[in-house]
Design a protein around this ligand. Sequence first.
Ligand SMILES: [Zn+2]
Length: 314
Amino acid sequence: MYRIGIDLGGTFIAAGLVNEKLQIVDKLSVRTNAPRPMEAIADDMASLVGELLERSGLRRGDLAAVGVGVPGTANRENGRLEDANNLDFDDEPFLPVLEERLGLPVRFGNDANAAAWGEYRVSGRREDSFVMMTIGTGIGGGVILNGKLWDGVNGAAAEFGHMTIRYDGAPCTCGRRGCFEAYASATALIRQARERMATDRETLLWKLCGGEADRVEARTVFDGAAAGDAACMELLDTYTTYLAEGTANIINLFQPAFLCVGGGVSRAGEALLAPLREKTARRIYSQNAKRNTQIILAQLDNDAGIIGAALLEP
Ligand SMILES: [Zn+2]
């Protein structure tokens, strides 16, 4: 049986047909064009599903499941999508509307949780505990304990980005101060790079972004450090220290067999993971344990959300 997973993002709605080997065999996407009414987004999802079925010659009855990862809180009790701030949705009856459009039962979950579930299932790691930390615009995550995704009482579990790492620190989008993501998200790294550029005309960052600070990305800082730029190396040293503070907190809480790092910043690979592993090891409580959490790199990139959504359980 096949499954369809849909990743509802702030920029794209991506849908994929997933086979029994957990591979995406066909994929389609359309622009989200938020903000617009939830019904219009459900219409687009129904079209994507219809097109995937048509292209593969499958019928609705050939699908074992359709699942959607949503950028907010997925309330499984009533099918409502809550707190999807990026889409300008407040509290929408998302699941009933989508099921009516599709004529199929649909499962849904938070997008970061779905991505964690996808990485866990595809990784083939049989260990019971697996925590994913996704570093992008914010910092999201997902927790798998005893082989099951831990949603929390209301579907909002594993919001790692909103744990405080500095009391009374930088303001966060959630209304608190000093949150992990205010220091260690891609957005935070970009802000730190621009602050450095404002006082440092010599850094290679200026050349790498063509003289326009607006064009700095997280990757630009890694590129500068790889080229030996001192300012970029200092920025990354500070950034990975912030990241290690939060990562050590997560490990202290769960002591998972694996902590998997994904999201846009994780594309830096070992340039990110090597300092993160080293700094985290010095911060965790269980430093002398014979066995400690392995910090690993996500393998699925953007496909994790689609595969995880397809595999969501009712
Ligand atoms: Zn916050």
